[in-house]
Design a protein around this ligand. Structure first.
Ligand SMILES: Nc1nc2c(c(=O)[nH]1)N[C@H]1C(S)=C(S)[C@@H](COP(=O)(O)O)O[C@H]1N2
Ligand SMILES: [Mo]
Length: 332
């Protein structure tokens, strides 16, 4: 669905990316009501969501991937962990569709074995890692991170992985390496929306080298003590907890070290809305809405209070110094 804004006629491709969840769900059930006749439509919508939640409810069907509690500062918020059901049925993974429940419905086609991640560019030791080698490269840790999306929803998830810095140290970046580019799978055969005009494919993300080296940046293989469900970015993704969710690329296949700032997918699609840095910042509004508050998934009923969004998503003590002296209104 195209939405036209007043400013410079920019068209945003998808309503669901920018619509707060409560509004979006209301609108969907309303549409279904209108389509199916009042009672029948409402029932169908309810049954649909329940069935999806049932289908992903975890009778431990995924392989266990436990991690020892992390010793990294800031790696364990004490906030209530989001229900597994919510974290696995309300996703953004555009390769599988643009509705929040599309990834849970469609990502079963993703083939996560065999899987390799190629690390190249400005490094002394470029290498191709099999998933198995990558999993074993360092000890798995559990980290309970907040993840906040541009659209205003947030979650608290127990991720399992290890600091990206462990991999970076292994490949030994050259002095000229300043950025890291994260390239994700774009396989038309298994990802039905690759080729659609929503975004340029593959989905590409990037970090400055010092951001990637920050111990909080997590190379992630699991969540809730199990391997990642496909819809959450199996078999390996990034989690960068102080940045908006889209910086956390899913289903990584290539990691490349560069001397130039990588062109990232969302920035290409809408440069005035999504900057390279995309640090969570309540003081810098999105061009079309405030970023000062958020809704925690699972608490987004009609009467749930919004939460105040914290600078760098609450990770300022750990990452604030990375941006000392930078104008974050300019480098959004
Ligand atoms: N490859 C890929 N990675 C992606 C996305 C995507 O569409 N494709 N969406 C991003 C966005 S917008 C968010 S908010 C997070 C969502 O992660 P989650 O579904 O595990 O909560 O994944 C990010 N990583
Ligand atoms: Mo997002």
């Amino acid at each position: 669905m195209l939405i036209r804004t007043g400013r410079d006629g920019f068209q945003h491709p998808i309503a669901s990316e920018i619509t707060p969840r409560a509004v979006y769900e209301q609108r969907r059930s309303l549409l279904k009501l209108m389509a199916g006749g009042a009672a029948g439509g409402a029932l169908a919508a309810w049954v649909g969501r329940e069935a999806l939640a049932q289908a992903v409810q975890r009778p431990n069907k995924l392989a266990a991937l436990p991690g020892a509690k992390s010793g990294v500062a800031g790696a364990a918020t004490m906030e209530k962990v989001t229900d597994y059901k919510d974290a696995t049925t309300y996703n953004n993974f555009y390769e599988f569709g643009t509705d929040k429940d599309d990834p849970a419905k469609n990502a079963h086609t993703l083939k996560t074995r065999p899987w390799t991640v190629e690390v190249d560019g400005l490094v002394k030791k470029p290498a191709k890692y099999t998933l198995e080698d990558l999993v074993k490269l360092s000890a798995q840790e559990e980290r309970i991170y907040r993840l906040r999306c541009v659209e205003g929803w947030s979650m608290v998830i127990p991720w399992v992985g290890y600091s990206m810095s462990k991999l970076i140290e292994k490949v030994e970046p050259l002095g000229s390496a300043k950025y890291v580019e994260f390239i994700t799978l774009a396989d038309k055969a298994t990802m039905p929306y690759v080729g659609s005009r929503v975004l340029e494919w593959p989905y590409v993300e990037g970090l400055r080298l010092d951001e990637a080296m920050n111990p909080l940046t997590l190379l992630t293989f699991g969540m809730y003590g199990e391997v990642l469900p496909n819809q959450n970015g199996a078999p390996v993704r990034l989690v960068v907890p102080w940045k908006y969710g889209f910086k956390s690329g899913k289903s990584l296949v290539k990691i490349r070290f560069t001397d130039k700032e990588p062109r990232i997918s969302w920035n290409k699609s809408a440069p005035q809305e999504y900057g390279f840095y995309s640090n969570v910042n309540p003081n810098v509004d999105h061009p079309r809405w405030s970023q000062a508050t958020e809704r925690r998934i699972g608490e987004d009923g009609l009467f749930a209070k919004k939460r105040k969004t914290l600078m760098f998503n609450g990770y300022e003590p750990q990452v604030g110094q990375l941006y000392a002296g930078m104008d974050l209104k300019k480098f959004y």
